[in-house]
Design a protein around this ligand. Structure first.
Ligand SMILES: CC(C)(COP(=O)(O)OP(=O)(O)OC[C@H]1O[C@@H](n2cnc3c(N)ncnc32)[C@H](O)[C@@H]1OP(=O)(O)O)[C@@H](O)C(=O)NCCC(=O)NCCS
Length: 435
C-alpha cells in the first residue's frame, strides 16, 4: 500500500510502459497534423508496443491544452481512433502545462480506488493547429446574417464591420488575471529573484548538451517512436528537432531578449519553444501487473497540486507543490535520486530552485521551519528538459514521468521527484518509486 495523492492509503499504481512522438518545433514536420491525430498515432503504437491485450484497458485519460473546437473530446478520440475496444470509457483533462501529470494522477487515483486496473494516460498538443477565431463583431455579424431574411438584409449585417474586425483572433496565451504572457511573467521572476541572463543561458546550454547526449547514447530512442507523417508519408520525424548539438554560449549570448526588448533577459535560447507532440504512459494496479507478468518501470508513490496568486510569481508552483508531495510520500528532497523540473524558461527553473533552498521562502510562503533544500545539479534534468527537448504543453508531464522512471531504472535509484509549473499559478509534483 502506498500514499496516494490525497494522503490516504490505497492501491499503488505501477507505470508499466510509456512512449512519445518526437517533439517537433511547431510549423515543422507535424504542421499538417492535429493534436488528436498525433495522439492517435501515439496511442496505437504504445498499446501495440506494450504487448498488453487492448481488451485489458479499463480507461483512458488524455489531455490537450489548446483544444480544437472542431474535435473537442480528445480523450474519447484516443479510443475511437485506435485499436482499443470502443467499450473503453475515456475522459479529457486539462491543467495547463501539467495536463498529462493530471492524466497520470487521475489514472493513479482510479487504480487506488479500485475503479480501474489498467489505464492509459497522456496528452497531445499541436501548436501548429492552434485554433484562430473570428472577432466578436464578425461572429455576431455572421450569426445576424444567418438569421436575416433576404440577401439585402444578410449583406447589411456586415455593414458595421471595420477592417480590424476582420482580423483573425489567436488563442489567448496571456494570463487573464495579469494580462502578461508566460514569457513576461518569467521575465518578472528573473527580475524579482535576480536571475542573471548568463545563468539562464548556462542552464539552457546544459539542457541542450544533456538532451543531445541522451539521444547520442541511444537512451531516448527507446522512449520515442518515429512517425512517418501522414497523409503523404513523405516525411519521417524521428528525433526532437529543437535540440542543438552544436549549442554555444557565445551564440546564445548574442540573442536579443524577446519579452522585454530593452531590459529583458529571456531569449529564444533560454525559453522552451512552441512545439507539437504527444506522450503517454500505461498504468496498472500492482496486482494486475503481477497477474499479467508485466514488470513495472516504477510506481506513483505520492502527488500533490498547489497554487499561488498569479499576480505573484506565476511559474513558482513547483516550490509549493514539491514540499506537499514529498510530505505525502514521507520522504525528503535529499532522498531523491533524480529531480525532473519542467523547463518553461531557465529563469523559472532557477527561481524555483532558489525558493527550494530559501529559508525565507520556507518560512514566509510555506510556514515551514526549514527549506526543502538544494537540488544537486547532477540529479536535475539529467537528460535535458523542455528548453531543449521541446514542450508540447499537454504531453510534457507524461514525457517527464516516463523519461525519469527509465533513468531511475538505469541508475538503480530508489526515488524521483517530477515537478511542473503551469498557468494560473499552479504547481504539480509527483514522487516516483522504482520498486
Ligand atoms: C521565445 C519564442 C518567442 C521564440 O520564438 P521564435 O522567435 O519563433 O524562435 P526561433 O526558434 O525562431 O529562434 C529565434 C532565433 O534564435 C535562434 N536560437 C534559438 N535558440 C538558440 C540557441 N540555443 N542558440 C543559438 N541560437 C538560438 C534561432 O536560430 C533563431 O535565429 P534566426 O532568427 O537567425 O533564425 C517562442 O519560442 C516562445 O514563445 N516560447 C515560450 C513558449 C511559452 O510561453 N511556453 C509556455 C511555457 S509554460
Amino acid at each position: 500500500m502506498a500514499q496516494t495523492g490525497n494522503g490516504s492509503t490505497g492501491r499503488r499504481a505501477a507505470v508499466v510502459a510509456g512512449l512519445r512522438t518526437p517533439f517537433v518545433k511547431s510549423g515543422g514536420a507535424f504542421r499538417d497534423l492535429s493534436a488528436v491525430e498525433l495522439g492517435a498515432l501515439l496511442v496505437n503504437e504504445l498499446v501495440a508496443r506494450s504487448g498488453i491485450d487492448p481488451k485489458e484497458f479499463d480507461a483512458v485519460v488524455f489531455g490537450q491544452v489548446i483544444a480544437s473546437p472542431l474535435v473537442t473530446f480528445i480523450g474519447r478520440e484516443m479510443v475511437l481512433r485506435t485499436q482499443l475496444p470502443r467499450s473503453v470509457p475515456a475522459h479529457t483533462v486539462s491543467r495547463a502545462c501539467a495536463t498529462s501529470i493530471q492524466a497520470v494522477t487521475d489514472a493513479a487515483g482510479q487504480i487506488a480506488l479500485g475503479d480501474a486496473q489498467v489505464v492509459l494516460a497522456g496528452g497531445a498538443e499541436s501548436l501548429s493547429d492552434a485554433p484562430f477565431f473570428a472577432s466578436r463583431p464578425l461572429a455576431q455579424a455572421i450569426v445576424g446574417a444567418s438569421r436575416a431574411k433576404g440577401i439585402v438584409k444578410k449583406v447589411r449585417a456586415f455593414g458595421a464591420l471595420g477592417p480590424k474586425d476582420l482580423a483573425p483572433v489567436p488563442p489567448g496565451l496571456k494570463e487573464p488575471t495579469t494580462g502578461l504572457t508566460m514569457g513576461e511573467s518569467a521575465e518578472k521572476m528573473a527580475q524579482v529573484n535576480g536571475i542573471a541572463r548568463a545563468d539562464q543561458d548556462a542552464f539552457a546550454f546544459q539542457s541542450h548538451r544533456r538532451a543531445a547526449a541522451a539521444w547520442a547514447s541511444g537512451k531516448l530512442a527507446a522512449e520515442v517512436m518515429s512517425v512517418s507523417v501522414p497523409p503523404r508519408h513523405e516525411r519521417i520525424a524521428d528525433f526532437d528537432d529543437n535540440i542543438r548539438k552544436d549549442v554555444s554560449l557565445e551564440a546564445m549570448a548574442a540573442l536579443k531578449p524577446v519579452f522585454d526588448r530593452r531590459y529583458g533577459t529571456i531569449t529564444a535560447g533560454n525559453a522552451s519553444p512552441l512545439t507539437d507532440g504527444a506522450a503517454a504512459v500505461v498504468l496498472m494496479s500492482e496486482e494486475k501487473a503481477r497477474a499479467l507478468g508485466v514488470k513495472p518501470l516504477g510506481f506513483v508513490r505520492a502527488y500533490a497540486y498547489a497554487a499561488l496568486d498569479p499576480r505573484d510569481q506565476l511559474l513558482q508552483g513547483p516550490a509549493y507543490a514539491a514540499p506537499k508531495a514529498l510530505d505525502r510520500a514521507g520522504l525528503r528532497l535529499a532522498d531523491m535520486d533524480l529531480v525532473d523540473m519542467h523547463e518553461a524558461f531557465a529563469a523559472q527553473v532557477l527561481s524555483n530552485l532558489q525558493a527550494f533552498a530559501s529559508k525565507k521562502f520556507a518560512a514566509e510562503a510555506l510556514g515551514r521551519a526549514e527549506p526543502l533544500g538544494e537540488v544537486d545539479p547532477e540529479k536535475l534534468n539529467v537528460n535535458g528538459g523542455s528548453i531543449a527537448l521541446g514542450h508540447p504543453f499537454a504531453a510534457t508531464g507524461a514525457r517527464m514521468i516516463h523519461q525519469t522512471l527509465r533513468e531511475l531504472g538505469r541508475r538503480g535509484g530508489a526515488h524521483a521527484l517530477v515537478t511542473v509549473c503551469a498557468a494560473g499559478g499552479l504547481g504539480a509534483a509527483v514522487v516516483l518509486d522504482r520498486e
